[in-house]
Design a binder for this molecule. Structure first.
Ligand code: UGA
Length: 447
């Protein structure tokens, strides 16, 4: 168990609350500061601003150790101050650090040593700039540490409390040791390094994960052309201990609040330094194209999309979250609407509202697929594993499933009477469904 310290958190967003809740779970006193009064009110009354499994329980269990406030002066008591604010992309694709600078403006002045810890994802070189800014303001007793987060949405609490590694980049050894001590009780390798390398570890880890996804998506596209099954291919690759099985699920492209933003930020960081990061540029482009491939698959089966009813099943960028940031569902919906299709949508938790203007949201999968010409699995929700059912078959106008996540067993779906197409899996030409008007014409001629 770690020796109990007081930890201040700037930002009651997803990273801030997971970090605060988990540090409280480790026995520390935590003060979470945000600038939005409604958010602080909600947290004080136990209401969660987003969906993250296990987090409400952690916050509730440690209620006595966590305080929420609007007032940065309350952070004076803290031994370590974690910056957990957003770093959204700017117009140029660089990371916008304005929330980080605002947090610095609000730093309390204290006599004893405090460590400022950067959890937010920032460009390499930010630590140097922050250190210079701290010195410029006479805050010489404030140390600086880069301690990036490797939390994935939907399993963030587990990722925090049982991480693969903890990365600590510091200018001074005493600051690194102070931050390492906060994680006491967690058994995992600790990578102690310089600040710039710690910043790069975060960006490079995400870029590598994205590279794996775009790689397997391209292999999937080739599989479709040559008649191989990418699920089998990934299984065969994954047993190689040098490669491992993770992040080899082909699909409709990555989304979320991190990958798209971080890939752009790293690409721009390289460009700003005069280097063209070709591989990363290709990874990003492959991902953009991948989101659109579903449209071609639909057209292949049902022809022109004008007037067709398409059910988008799952809207969140992945299962286990209600996050719609950069979700492939948004690109799909707007492409379908632009083609004149009628978009019917379902998700167990995500509520797109204005983001998916023009689409109609249904409460159940069955309602969403009623009368539909096609059902597209967009998010790998467990609720969709039984999609190839008799009820769904009866409800749909055409029994066509495009499985953007390779969630279903193709043989079972076909045995249940569906035309089925996954990503990177063989399809039989007999599955091409005639357009409704062609069927009507055929019926007319046969009369
Ligand atoms: C990601 C990283 O996994 C975390 O380690 C990192 O800390 C986080 O970004 C961040 O920078 O904060 P997250 O965005 O929550 O976490 O989601 P992932 O589970 O990594 O999935 C990202 C996207 O890749 C999703 O759209 C997912 O569907 C897609 N994906 C993932 C695939 O298409 N195929 C795969 O094999 C794996």
């Amino acid at each position: 168990m770690a020796e109990s310290r007081t930890i201040g958190i700037f930002g009651a967003g997803w990273v801030g609350l997971v970090t605060g809740g988990c540090f409280a779970e480790l026995g520390h006193q935590v003060i979470v500061r945000d600038v939005v009064p409604e958010r602080i009110d909600a947290l004080e009354t136990g209401r969660m601003p987003f969906h993250e499994p296990g987090l409400p329980e952690v916050l509730e269990r440690n209620r006595a150790r966590i305080r929420y406030t609007l007032d940065a002066r309350e952070l004076t008591e803290a031994d370590a101050l974690f910056i957990c604010v957003q770093t959204p992309p700017t117009y140029s694709g660089d990371a916008d650090l304005s929330y980080v600078w605002t947090a610095l403006d609000d730093l309390p002045r204290v006599e004893r040593r405090q460590v400022l810890v950067m959890k937010s994802t920032v460009p390499v070189g930010t630590g140097e700039k922050v250190r210079a800014a701290l010195e410029g303001r006479g805050l010489i007793n404030v140390g600086y540490v880069s301690n990036p987060e490797f939390l994935s949405e939907g399993r963030a609490v587990q990722d925090f409390l049982d991480p693969d590694r903890i990365v600590i980049g510091a200018f001074a050894d005493e600051d690194a040791s102070a931050v390492e001590a906060l994680y006491g009780g967690i058994e995992t390798p600790v990578v102690r390094t310089d600040v710039a390398s710690a910043e790069m570890i975060k960006l490079a880890a995400n870029a590598f994960l994205m590279t794996r996804i775009s790689f397997i998506n391209e292999i999937a596209n080739v599989c479709e052309a040559v008649g191989a099954d990418v699920v089998e291919v990934a299984r065969g690759i994954g047993y190689d201990h040098r490669l491992g099985p993770h992040f080899l699920r082909a699909g409709i492209g990555y989304g979320g609040s991190c990958f798209p933003k971080d890939s752009l930020a790293l690409k721009q960081l390289a460009s700003n330094s005069g280097y063209h990061f070709q591989l990363l540029a290709a990874v990003i482009e492959v991902n953009e194209l991948q989101k659109r491939r579903v449209i071609q698959k639909l057209q292949k089966h049902i022809g022109k999309l004008r007037g067709k009813k398409v059910a988008l099943l799952g809207l969140a960028f992945k299962a286990g979250t209600d996050d719609l940031r950069e979700a492939p569902s948004l690109v799909l919906a707007s492409r379908l609407l632009a083609e004149g299709a009628e978009v019917r949508a379902w998700d167990p938790v995500a509520r797109p509202g204005e983001l998916m203007k023009g689409a109609v949201l249904y409460d159940t999968v069955l309602e969403a697929v009623r009368g539909a010409d096609a059902a597209v699995i967009v998010t790998e929700w467990d609720e969709l594993r039984g999609l190839a059912s008799k009820d769904v078959h009866e409800a749909m106008a055409r029994p066509l499933i495009i499985d953007g996540r390779n969630l279903l067993d193709p043989a079972q779906a076909r045995a249940a009477g569906f035309a089925y197409e996954g990503i990177g899996r063989p399809t039989s030409p007999t599955e091409v469904l005639p357009e409704t008007h062609e069927r009507d014409l055929e019926a007319e001629l046969n009369r």
